[in-house]
Design a protein around this ligand. Structure first.
Ligand code: PXG
Length: 463
């Protein structure tokens, strides 16, 4: 077998710096420092090219739900490559993996979400959704219903459509985004933006922004509302309980389609198969990717209700990707779903490791630097703060402290992400209680180191 890391680390880093443009990275700074090169994975553990072991608290990029090193997925991929490595699904043909996977998804998704349009990623799937909801209303004789309402600080991908739907200002600043007819309302982030309101009142207030936006544009202009059940990349923002029921009421009242972006929340992450089941809403379309294949193959898709499919299927939808329903990716995804079922990973997250980790995570609030340590299923975040009583942000540029903390994590065998000054975890769903203990111990140590450095550098100041 060819080795993946036959060159010394420094040589790999030099080639990486010379030729590889990393996503969401200042490549010039990375080049000066050298990327950490990950060579292997097993369970929740990664190994780098220097042989260091790292506990992956982020499941790769929120995706390796069944953990690393699954032989079964490698075997299925090899078998499918030998049998039929590729065929398209465009011209009146289909193939076994795409058929079986679509049927399986119809089975595990609730209600009448019974139809799957495949894509290669979450971004592509959201582009599909954007085109599909507009086309749907057009076929219903309402071509002016084109506006999609989304939220500030949402993440829906990096394509033109995905980044426009997302509410990330630094993304919009590059490349003249958002594209027309996409509007953003405020997010239900109580800890950071709730002011003097109690969380539940704030949740309703933020949901009512949707109704106000619909009334402002006119319901006859608004096609859909898109949202992550729990925002992931935005900082694991868990909305107040009052938020989603109000959103559902507003979508129903005004006949606005609801798209739940399940790219992170799907496939057990929140302790149910899908995040919308956890927050209690009934989407017309869900976006899936990541945990669909546990990241072993790039695949995403849109699962669509009977109501929408009936309309879309009556006409030719001029849309599709070469790799829509790619046979190897579909076969691997199907096997991944079988593993999630056989090992009862959704139930395990809901009843065992989820509640266990949630309690441990909450205990991190005893650390002087930490507040708002919350977790749903195995998706959690906490705020680093100079003054938890005041729910204060740091005086430094947002993200300065989070970045220091993340670097400390990396140096201490733990991967956590930072979003501004929130720290995030979303470990593989196979994480054991012992591994949860290790993660929390390492996190505590990292917060100690971070606090010491903040004091040294005079950064423990509130804005
Ligand atoms: N929707 C959601 C909710 C996502 O989290 C996408 C769509 C896009 O999926 P693709 O497969 O096109 O990447 C995502 C992706 C981060 C981070 O830093 C999160 C994502 C991607 C890259 C980085 O948290 N989520």
């Amino acid at each position: 077998m060819p080795l993946t890391n036959i060159r010394p680390t420094a040589e790999l880093q030099a080639l990486d710096a010379a030729h590889h443009m990393h996503p969401f990275t200042t490549n010039a700074s990375l080049a000066a420092k050298g990327a950490r090169i990950i060579t292997r994975g097993e369970g929740v553990w990664l190994t780098d090219s220097e042989g260091a072991r790292i506990l992956d608290g982020m499941s790769g990029l929120w995706c390796v739900n069944i953990g690393y090193g699954r032989e079964r997925l490698a075997e299925v991929a090899a078998r499918q490559m030998r049998e039929l490595p590729f065929y398209n699904t465009f011209f009146q043909t289909s193939h076994v993996p795409a058929i079986e996977l679509a049927a399986k998804l119809a089975e595990i998704t609730p209600g009448d979400l019974n139809h799957v349009f495949f894509a290669g990623s979450g971004s592509e799937a959201n582009d599909t959704n954007l085109r599909m909801v507009r086309h749907y209303w057009s076929l219903q004789g309402k071509p002016e219903k084109t506006i999609v309402i989304s939220r500030k600080n949402a993440y829906h991908g990096s394509t033109m459509g995905g980044a426009s739907l997302g509410g990330m200002v630094p993304m919009h600043e590059q490349g003249s985004l958002p594209i027309p007819d996409i509007h953003h309302i405020n997010q239900p982030y109580w800890w950071g933006e709730g002011g003097d309101l109690d969380a539940e009142t704030f949740g309703v207030e933020r949901a009512l922004e949707l109704e106000n936006a619909i009334l402002e544009h006119g319901a006859d202009r608004v096609a859909a509302f898109i949202a992550e059940p729990i925002q992931g990349a935005g900082g694991v923002i868990i909305p107040p309980d009052s938020y989603w029921p109000e959103i559902q009421r507003i979508c129903d009242t005004h006949d606005i389609l609801l798209i739940a972006d399940e790219v992170i929340c799907g496939f057990g992450r929140t302790g149910n198969w899908f995040g919308h089941q956890t927050v209690g809403c009934k989407p017309d379309i869900i976006t899936i990717a990541k945990g669909l294949s546990s990241g072993y193959q790039p695949i995403g898709g849109s699962v669509v209700s009977d109501r929408i499919a009936r309309v879309i299927d009556a006409d030719e939808f001029n849309h599709g990707y070469t790799y829509s329903g790619h046979p190897v990716a579909a076969a691997v995804a199907l096997e991944n779903l079988r593993i999630i079922e056989e090992e009862k990973l959704v139930e395990k997250v809901r009843d065992e490791t989820g509640p266990y980790f949630q309690k441990k995570w909450k205990s991190l609030e005893d650390h002087p630097l930490v507040a708002d340590a919350r977790m749903v299923g195995l998706m959690g975040s906490l705020a680093l703060t100079p003054d938890k009583g005041a729910r204060a942000a740091f005086a430094s540029e947002p993200g300065t402290v989070g970045f220091i903390c993340r670097e400390n994590c990396f140096a201490n065998g733990l991967i956590m992400r930072h979003v501004n000054d929130r720290m995030i975890v979303a470990p593989p769903l196979v994480i054991s209680k012992d591994e949860v203990d290790t993660l929390v111990e390492r996190a505590w140590k990292v917060f100690d180191l971070t606090l010491a450095r903040l004091k040294d550098e005079g950064l423990m100041k509130a804005a």
